[in-house]
Design a binder for this molecule. Structure first.
Ligand code: WTA
Length: 646
């Protein structure tokens, strides 16, 4: 780990919203007087009815309950659109950049308002109302933003499913959240390839246990040939054709659900994290403003997909609550060439760019292609999210994309946290490549050892958060017990993040990665359990164990150990078939990079697979397996080492 320091330059400090002294005094206030701090911040939102209680939260065993701003009433879409109209009706809200460099589109706040209102009226006409769940499976087009905000306008709870998921994964999520409506587009495009979105939805809806969907609303994007069911399918443009461009917003309570978003855990099926209205909206808006130092007139670009939490908080809710102008991008960083990100920055004069280490490493691997033909002089701030950024990638990003002029905010957070938790602030924080640095306002991180003891000073341990913050997820939809169990039972009275971290002598945090069975592949969060469950659903596989191993570009790659059913021979053809199976069953992003045929897996006498050993074998640390004497059959280890694929 590099310990080089990049101090805040005077020219950056001068242009930024907060200095180091201001950060420190505001942070102290947020910790000493959280209620006062958050009540003051809550003035950023427009309320129909003011709240009468600021914070009402408990991490006590069997009583975990998180409530902020009770008594208050508001609407998220009004905060993201209507309240900006008096000054900003003609200001651009969205700059859509298509998969092909020739495609783009600008949408003003007035147009955003009208599109959202028409869709919201359309949803009501379809019988969707407050508290109903709407599944959304969309490409990165403006309509994805419209439909999310249209749900928020009428109090429907959206559940966005990442466009890279396969029919089975879509069906699982629909079943879990009881969605009444699914919204999609005919097809999407990424990197020149079409993605058959409507067809994937058709296949998901064909599964027998999918019984709650009443309609499939389809946006025409590429005018592709698709199957059509007159009873079920509705074109969005036909639904909204006669709808008025005004729509009375639903009055929502602070703690009314805003959305459910599925994410992977270390065990079992993905869990639907539930976020509610006021606290989430305030926290995403506040973090967006200070972490990216967003100032009036800035052009901001977050390269995430709306199917992930980063897209929810830093494409939809945070920036729009702040009245920002932003780029939304349908494509990928390397199409048509690795110069695309820099080209888009120049084309739209982007000032703030937020992307992921995996994208940076992919560009790095292309030599100077990413920066040789563009200038990027409009950039002021760079951001990174999703996984630890290695110092080499950090310095490459700083020098070649940011022309050594722009601070990098390395933002650590999670689907569960709703917004950024540990991060530099551009004008306030001296940077160390690879460190997410210091906590955001209201956040009290702690490093905890295996006995649950809080460590002080320089230390390494598991990362937990003491006390609640407004953006925190409130529950796992339909399974509050799992919520308590997963996050609040490891350490008493703390939220356990699942990450490990180190704190250095300056109090800076360095996130070291997951300490559980969650993988982070190209910034996509995947559970080993869900990949294993997809593998064993294949007819030739009796048992499977999945671990991660380091990968130059993806950060982590997927290594699968597979025990075949009796009599099945391993052939290249079968391996290919298994990989294709995972792609169509779960998602192409979950497809194992390496598959090893294993006659037996290392298990304890009680039958528990010892992943520690499998991880060491996959990372080629065969001499560091540790104690194998507790295995039921220690001889399986030799066979595994002999056939190791790395
Ligand atoms: C990892 C994404 C190091 C971490 C916003 C976390 C990071 C998981 C960083 C959450 C970072 C995210 N440095 N690790 N800056 N940002 N992570 O829910 O392991 O998709 O627990 O949320 O990503 O992934 P999720």
């Amino acid at each position: 780990m590099s310990e080089s320091v990049f101090p805040v330059s005077p020219s950056v400090a001068e242009k930024s919203l907060l200095t180091n002294e201001q950060y420190q005094s505001l942070y102290q206030e947020s910790i000493d007087n959280p209620e006062q701090f958050w009540a003051e911040q809550a003035k950023r939102l427009n309320w129909f009815t003011p709240f009468d209680k600021i914070k009402n939260t408990s991490y006590q065993p069997n009583q975990v309950s998180i409530n902020w701003f009770e008594g208050g009433e508001l609407n998220a879409s009004v905060n993201c659109i209507d309240r900006h109209l008096p000054q900003k009706a003609n200001q651009t809200a969205l700059i859509w950049e298509g998969d092909e460099p020739t495609q783009d589109q600008k949408v003003t706040y007035q147009q955003l308002h009208d599109e959202v209102a028409k869709l919201a009226n359309g949803l009501r006409k379809l019988g969707v109302g407050k508290g109903d769940t709407v599944a959304i499976y969309m490409p990165m087009i403006c309509e994805a933003v419209y439909i999310m905000l249209a749900c928020a306008r009428i109090g429907a709870v959206h559940s966005v499913i990442f466009g890279g998921f396969s029919p089975n994964a879509i069906a699982d999520r629909i079943v879990n959240c009881n969605a009444k409506l699914i919204v999609t587009a005919d097809e999407g495009k990424r990197g020149g390839r079409s993605i058959p979105l409507k067809q994937n939805v058709d296949e998901a809806l064909a599964r027998k246990d999918v019984t709650t969907i009443e309609h499939c609303l389809v946006f025409k994007h590429l005018s592709s040939q698709i199957n059509w069911d007159d009873k079920l399918d509705i074109w969005a443009h036909e639904l909204t054709h006669d709808m008025p461009a005004v729509c009375e917003p639903e009055v929502m309570k602070s703690e009314d659900p805003l959305f459910i978003l599925y994410t992977s855990g270390s065990t079992g099926q993905p869990k639907g994290l539930l976020h509610t209205t006021a606290g989430y909206l305030l926290y995403s808006a506040l973090t967006h403003k200070y972490v990216f130092d967003y100032q009036e007139g800035d052009i901001y670009w977050c390269g995430a997909d709306v199917g992930w939490i980063t897209g929810h908080s830093y494409i939809v809710y945070g920036p729009l609550a702040n009245g920002a102008t932003q780029v939304i991008f349908e494509g990928i960083p390397t199409y048509p060439t690795a110069s695309r990100i820099g080209d888009v920055v120049d084309k739209h004069q982007v000032n703030i760019l937020y992307t992921a280490p995996t994208a940076i490493r992919a560009l790095m691997a292309k030599g100077d292609e990413a920066y040789a033909t563009n200038k990027r002089t409009s950039l002021r701030i760079l951001g990174s999210v999703g996984e630890p950024i290695n110092p080499e990638a950090w310095e490459w990003y700083y020098k070649n994309i940011g022309n050594s002029q722009c601070p990098i905010v390395d933002t650590w957070w999670q689907t569960e946290t709703g917004g950024i938790m540990i991060t530099p602030l551009p004008g306030a924080t001296d940077l160390k490549p690879g460190s997410a640095t210091r906590p955001f306002f209201g956040i009290k991180p702690a490093l905890v050892n295996s006995d649950g003891r809080i460590l002080e000073g320089e230390a390494s341990g598991n990362l937990a958060i003491l006390d609640s913050w407004p953006g925190q997820a409130r529950t796992i939809y339909g399974d509050h017990e799992r919520f308590e169990q997963t996050y609040f039972s490891t350490y008493k009275n703390m939220y356990f993040t699942g990450d490990g971290a180190r704190r250095d002598k300056d109090g800076y945090y360095w996130i070291t990665g997951r300490v559980d069975d969650v993988l982070n592949v190209s910034g996509h969060r995947l559970g080993t359990a869900e990949i294993e469950s997809s593998l064993v659903a294949h007819t030739s596989i009796a048992e499977a164990a999945v671990v991660g191993y380091p990968h130059d570009i993806k950060g982590q790659a997927i290594y699968a150990y597979i025990t075949p059913v009796e009599g099945v021979e391993m052939t290249d053809e079968l391996i290919k078939q298994i990989r294709d199976w995972v792609k169509t069953d779960l998602s192409p992003i979950a497809c194992p990079d390496k598959i090893q045929w294993a006659l037996g897996l290392p298990k304890t006498r009680s039958g528990k697979i010892m992943r520690r050993i499998l991880r060491k074998i996959a990372t080629n640390e065969h001499d560091q397996l540790g104690d194998t004497s507790t295995l039921a059959d220690p001889s399986v280890v030799d066979d595994l080492i002999k056939n190791c694929k790395n």
